[in-house]
Design a protein around this ligand. Structure first.
Ligand code: FAD
Length: 378
């Protein structure tokens, strides 16, 4: 039995590790070149909050320790008002519960190493899936040398929100799909280390709630912070509205005054880093013919406000593995079972992630919110 995994992102690499344990021959096809050999893309989600949901999946294949070695636990939110004191809101009453700031690139590389080291797994970089016949598992890839072809007994699309595998299922099997984009985008900015130390408390996820806009910052192992600013993509108050260095500086001095002194490359970051889109992808069914399936963002991309997209992709892998156990390794039964078990949960987190945007950009700053949540001052 040979399985093709399309996409060597977080979900695809973890999936390959799990499938290898079942003794399957797995080929992972990735459109990019090997990320371990190059420099990361500028301004594209440098770090992720990984929670127990994701750690559980890593623990089951012995990778938790390695991943957590460089993680920075964040035990609560630090709210930055426009003026006035900072406000720390712990994630649990005993202050012990934490989510973990982890480098996306390092996590992907660890998973790639693990996948490549697993028996039966091959990774083919520079292979962009351009065609798939769901009935036969025949695939076409664009490579630097032209077109190439391969066939697999089972094809799993772990190729992210813009999934080409999903596109092929749409074209050949008429699956239903919707992609709802917010009129908000995101831009990454940097707060570097100061004299080798963190410029802000590294034990918190920092939030600047500003009603119609918001910024968050997560710590990195090199003692910098990556800030992600969320703002509308069009209109008078939007990323496009700040068209000169002076306008950028003025905006930050007014709305994010404490950031200006901490971010010496603010204007440069703002002008050069891209604006990323934010959307929710829903589709059904996630599989056809018991042979082609979708997993991770390819099946259910969500907006990032709950920090759960990658965590959910990891949980998908655990659940699919369990479905294969329960069906004696029958893909024809395991893929529909996987979808039945996961769909209502991923639909729920998609809704919660949208709702959490309002909570983070607006409600967390309110004293009423503190009272309602029973948050004590520290
Ligand atoms: P992807 O990471 O998109 O990987 C897909 C892979 O498939 C890529 O390597 C791509 O190159 C490859 N590919 C695409 N098309 C093809 C093709 N045609 N042929 C071959 N290969 C292809 N999640 C969290 O859990 N916590 C967080 O804190 C968090 N923060 C986020 C912040 C931001 C700003 C954003 C945008 C997202 C955040 N997420 C977070 C979500 C998380 O990034 C995604 O859920 C996660 O990356 C999904 O992993 P994936 O492997 O399913 O898809």
């Amino acid at each position: 039995m040979n399985v093709a995994v399309v996409g060597a992102g977080l979900t695809g690499c973890l999936l390959a590790c799990y499938l290898a344990r079942r003794g399957l021959d797995v080929t992972v096809y990735e459109r990019r070149s090997d990320p371990r050999a190059g420099t990361p893309e500028r301004g594209r989600s440098i770090n992720l909050a990984i929670s127990e949901r994701g750690l559980d999946a890593l623990r089951r294949i012995g990778l938790e320790g390695q991943v957590m070695a460089d993680a920075l636990p964040m035990r609560g939110r630090m709210i930055h008002p426009v003026d006035g004191p900072l406000d720390f809101q712990p994630y649990s009453h005993d202050g012990e519960m934490a989510i973990n700031s982890i480098s996306r690139g390092a996590l992907n590389n660890t998973l790639l190493d693990a996948a490549e080291a697993a028996p039966g797994v091959k990774v083919r970089f520079g292979h962009r899936l351009t065609g798939l016949d769901p009935a036969t598992g025949a695939m076409t890839f664009a490579t630097a040398d032209g077109e190439t072809h391969a066939t697999a007994d089972v094809v799993l699309g772990a190729d992210g929100a813009g999934s080409a595998v999903r596109g092929e299922l749409l074209a050949h099997r008429g699956i239903e799909e919707s992609a709802d984009f917010l009129d908000y985008g995101y831009k990454e900015l940097t707060i570097p280390a100061v004299d080798g130390e963190f410029a802000l408390d590294p034990g918190a996820l920092h939030i600047w709630p500003r009603g119609t806009s918001m910024m968050i910052a997560l710590p990195n192992p090199d003692r910098s912070f990556t800030c992600t600013m969320f703002w509308p993509t069009g209109g008078t108050a939007s990323f496009a509205s700040l068209s000169s260095p002076a306008a950028v500086e003025r905006h930050f001095r007014t709305h994010y005054p404490d950031v200006v002194a901490l971010a010496p490359t603010l204007v440069e970051d703002y002008r050069h880093n891209p604006v990323g889109l934010l959307g929710t992808v829903r589709c059904a069914p996630w599989q056809t013919d018991g042979r082609v399936g979708l997993i991770g963002d390819a099946a259910h991309a969500i907006v990032p406000f709950y920090g759960q997209g990658a965590n959910c992709g990891f949980e998908d892998v655990v659940v699919l593995d369990r479905c294969l156990d329960e069906t004696g390794g029958s893909w024809a039964r395991a893929l529909p079972l996987f979808e039945r078990r996961r769909k209502e949960n991923t639909d729920a987190i998609a809704e919660m992630a949208l709702a959490n945007f309002i909570e983070m950009r607006d409600k967390v700053a309110s004293p009423v919110y503190r009272l309602a949540k029973g948050i004590e001052h520290r």
